[in-house]
Design a protein around this ligand. Sequence first.
Ligand code: ZN
Length: 247
Amino acid sequence: MIISVKKNHLIQVMSAILFVSLSIGYLQFAAHPMLEKWEQEKILVRRVNTSLPLVALTFDDGPVAETTTAVLDALQRNQAHGTFFLLGQRAENHPELVKRMTREGHEVGNHSYSHANYNKMKTAEQMEDVFRTNQIIERLSGQPIRLFRPPGGYLSVAMVEKCRAADLTIAYWTYKQDPKDWRNGTRAASIARSILDHLEPGQIIILHDGAPNANETAKALDILIPELNKRGYSCVTLSDLMAMENK
Ligand SMILES: [Zn+2]
């Protein structure tokens, strides 16, 4: 009896801690005071205002040999296009995968050189990291790089203003289209279900081809894309989706 009361108490305390930490995480994500203003100014995008049945699948943290190949194969099988937010360092290690992305009609964007902690860097260092990565990815892909997704979703006024001046759009994602596919043990079916349960036109879906769990991400695409197509949706690159604003 005493033990079970203690256990219950422990569970309550743990739940409270979890709730508080999740809330803090959410606030940190959602509450940058400039977010909406930046969205209105089109310097930051979280979703595209369109009634057309289109979404953008985006893939972060690659390229990684096995899992990025699996994601590219799945997109090819399902005749879908995506946007890859690359790490410069990994792109240098896998130029063939970056070239394949371009050849197969996908878009590439910048996700920093090595996923460094931008919280611990000065703006000048951050921008050096951004521009260095742009150069690498432009050279390997042959695409002009116009999209930057900051590592860890980092935002600061100084960094965003530098990006604006450099004609780079901050490519955020739709909050409810973050199925946390990178978490080890997240299965393909639950990744696909989470996306389908929250589906609306114009959403930017965040996935990870470069995380250890990304074989599940690739498998999820074989469930997700046929179902999206059944519902009349197409998967387009983020730039193509942005071009459909107000359509
Ligand atoms: Zn990342």
